[in-house]
Design a protein around this ligand. Structure first.
Ligand code: SF4
Length: 702
């Protein structure tokens, strides 16, 4: 290390990519970050980091960082302007739209990747200050299903676990989760488990995680709900259940037992392709486990029946009494670094702190804490993401503010997204980078600071609140999202409403008050310093909490959040796949994460030369060797993949890890969502990214 780069100090903060929330030591020279190493004494990662974490600083410095607001002129050119001109243009345009089309004709789409304080500010500004009703986050695309599943089953959106459970289980059941690459540090914790656990993976693909499992149930796509009911059927029929736990802590068991009676091993074998013997063996493994934990991610969440599938997993934990003890739990793992903050404080469909817009007492409490007139708080929930997009199509939404997300790439019906956004009277995009597919469409682009260039807190998958800090200066005139929201408040004329929020930690103090007496009560956390000193703190942490443990889990007393204290068992018959393979489109397309070094739409990861070197830069499609032979497709040749929505090209990766009749394309490539079918879970409105019918053929190369 040259002496000019020799660090003179070190500080710690949490990583800004995924929901694992690893601790990173940031090494500083004159107060500016020069490099980083994973924090050894942080309970989450104990000195480990994945490639994205190691490269977290490198993506801050790149040519397409926004340094000035860019306003589109009459000729369609993007012209750099000063902040006051930009924010005035934004406010004037949105106000004009509201005058012409009503207050609710402007909306926002946000993210799971900004600090909780910024989310809370955004939601309050947009709804209480600017009069919007509709605003949602890109978290709708990854974990809305789990939110609804938990709320209905437990009475609050409360993932019950702590990462220590990965090391304490003797049976680990992973459903639709490629932990090994999607959450590599969590997988490392599984590998550290000293109990030699049985690892049961339910996944149609032989993923890296499935290959390392002791039992891989390579079920037919979307037969997961039937298979989970089949496991419940066997557990109940064999008497491998916990009667005491069921009778004392749950509701709905008798109806659930009746429901799963028809999911016999023979029936499930036929539906899922998993033999009744293997199914029985998996059920026996669960029965023999003393500490069984059930985990799920996007394979479950991104489905047209995701909520009921997640609840089928929850029911397995409930009937076997595997919840509230070390090494157990019905555990959803979320995706983005602050998806959990978004779930609680973003003020989108939930009122701040897990309150309910439709509950008068909740509105009164929030108005009291914020010291605002209750009339500013909407009495109904926002539309979900898909309904906001539809609202644009129907000319009900005319102005849109997009914050740190890239729907032109990520939206499930990508072909229509650009056209839909063009219908808007005004599109504002606030992002670190001026060249995302969505930013390039904007009437106004405003440059935001990123992780490492501002302060705040993130909440990770195990409910741990961790601190992020400013260790680098944002380029040019880029501002933190917090500062941008303050500017918008000023030019909108509602800054008085938020005058108590001079810095992010002021919002944190308000969040504490809002959480009082809620399941997510954090009134016992004094300030950022306390979070820093403790290595993060898991919620709940109410005032007077003496709990010094670094690992805390929920439901140790068997008390859930419904008024009767019982968990509810919810269930429903599996529904038909919306677009099954057919003679014209005979293959089923699966999508998902492709590598531990890629992230979402690659907005950030593509900026790191190290990360770019760790995965193929152009799209590839996984094809089974038998299908490749039938379609005369050679390895590494160019393939055309066509669905009813569009046609794309990708390189053939011929591999037996994908079953015949299925193909897989990573979600990170710009073209993938030109194929996907816009279908949604009816309860969570989460898009079903993982199943649509396609055909494949060798590409015609001129
Ligand atoms: Fe960051 Fe997630 Fe990697 Fe940890 S696992 S270093 S939180 S991206």
């Amino acid at each position: 290390v040259p002496s000019s780069k020799q660090p003179d100090a070190t500080t710690t903060m949490v990583c800004g990519y995924c929901s694992t929330g690893c601790g990173l030591n940031i090494h500083l020279k004159n107060g500016e970050a020069v490099n980083l190493t994973p924090t050894v004494d942080y309970s989450v990662n104990a000195g480990m980091a994945c490639p994205k974490g190691w490269e977290a600083l490198s993506v801050l410095d790149c040519p397409d960082r926004g340094t000035m607001p860019l306003l589109r002129d009459d000729q369609g050119r993007r012209v750099p302007v000063k902040w006051d001109i930009a924010v005035r243009a934004f406010c004037d345009s949105f106000k004009k739209i509201q005058e012409r089309h009503g207050k609710h004709s402007v909306a926002f789409l946000s993210t799971g990747q900004i600090p909780t304080e910024e989310m809370a500010y955004l939601g309050s500004l947009a709804k209480f200050g600017m009069g919007m009703l509709h605003g949602d986050g890109n978290t709708r695309q990854c974990m809305a299903t789990s939110v609804v599943a938990y709320k209905q089953a437990f009475g609050f959106d409360a993932p019950p676990y702590t990462y220590q459970d990965f090391e304490e289980s003797d049976v680990i059941v992973l459903v639709g989760s490629n932990l090994c690459i999607a959450h590599p540090i969590m997988w490392q914790r599984v590998c550290r488990n000293p109990h030699e656990p049985e690892i049961i993976v339910l996944d149609p693909r032989t993923t890296e995680t499935a290959a390392a499992a002791t039992q891989h149930l390579a079920l037919k796509p979307k037969s997961d709900l039937a298979l989970l009911y089949g496991l419940a059927h066997i557990l109940i029929a064999e008497g491998w259940i916990n009667d005491k736990f069921i009778s004392q802590h749950t509701e709905g068991y008798v109806d659930f037992r009746r429901h799963v009676e028809s999911f016999t091993p023979e029936y499930v074998e036929q539906v899922s392709g998993i033999s009744k013997e293997r199914l029985h063996y998996a059920a026996r493994t669960i029965h023999r486990g003393k500490r069984v934990s059930f985990w799920w991610t996007m394979g479950v969440n991104q489905s047209y029946q995701g909520v009921r599938t997640a609840q089928a997993i929850i029911n397995l934990a409930l009937i076997t009494g595997n919840i509230g003890r070390p090494g157990t739990g019905a555990n959803s793992i979320t995706g983005q670094c602050n998806a959990m903050g978004s779930r609680l404080f973003s003020n989108t469909t939930n009122l701040l702190g897990g309150h309910d817009y439709q509950n008068a007492a909740h509105r009164q409490k929030v108005a009291g804490v914020l010291d605002i007139d209750e009339s500013h708080i909407p009495t109904e929930n926002s539309w979900a993401y898909d309904r906001i997009i539809e609202g644009i199509l129907r000319d009900e939404i005319k102005g849109l503010w997009v914050i740190c997300t890239n729907p032109v790439h990520s939206w499930i019906n990508q072909n229509t997204c650009r056209e839909i956004l063009e219908r808007l009277d005004y599109l504002v995009v606030q992002d670190m980078y001026h060249s995302t597919e969505t930013a390039l469409e904007a009437d106004l682009y405003i440059p935001a600071a990123g992780w490492g260039e501002k302060e705040g807190t993130f909440i990770n998958s195990e409910r741990r609140i961790g601190v992020i800090k400013k260790v680098a200066k944002a380029p040019g005139q880029a501002l933190s999202d917090f500062s941008i929201f303050r500017l918008v408040s000023h030019y909108w004329g509602c800054e008085e409403m938020f005058s108590r929020w001079q810095q992010p930690e002021d919002v944190f103090q308000t969040m504490k008050e809002l959480s009082r007496d809620q399941p997510c009560d954090i009134t016992g956390i004094e300030d950022y310093r306390m979070l820093d000193d403790r290595g993060g703190i898991q919620w709940p942490y109410p005032e007077g909490c003496q709990d010094e443990q670094s690992e805390r889990r929920l439901f140790a007393d068997g008390q859930f959040y419904h008024p009767d204290g019982r968990a509810k068992m919810l269930f429903e018959d599996p529904s038909e796949m919306p677009e099954p393979p057919n003679p014209r489109y005979p293959y089923l397309l699966l999508t998902g994460r492709g590598s531990a070094s890629q992230w979402h739409t690659q907005t950030r990861t593509s900026k790191s030369s190290v990360l770019r070197g760790l995965y193929p830069l152009s799209p590839y499609v996984e094809i089974n060797p038998q299908d490749a032979r039938n379609e005369e497709i050679r390895p590494d040749s160019l393939v055309t993949i066509t669905s009813q929505r569009g046609s794309i090209q990708a390189k053939a990766f011929v591999t037996p890890t994908i079953q015949a009749g299925q193909v897989f394309i990573p979600m990170h490539y710009e073209t993938t969502n030109q194929l996907t079918h816009a279908h949604f879970d009816p309860y969570s409105r989460q898009p079903s990214y993982k199943n649509c019918a396609v055909r494949i053929s060798p590409a015609h190369v001129p």
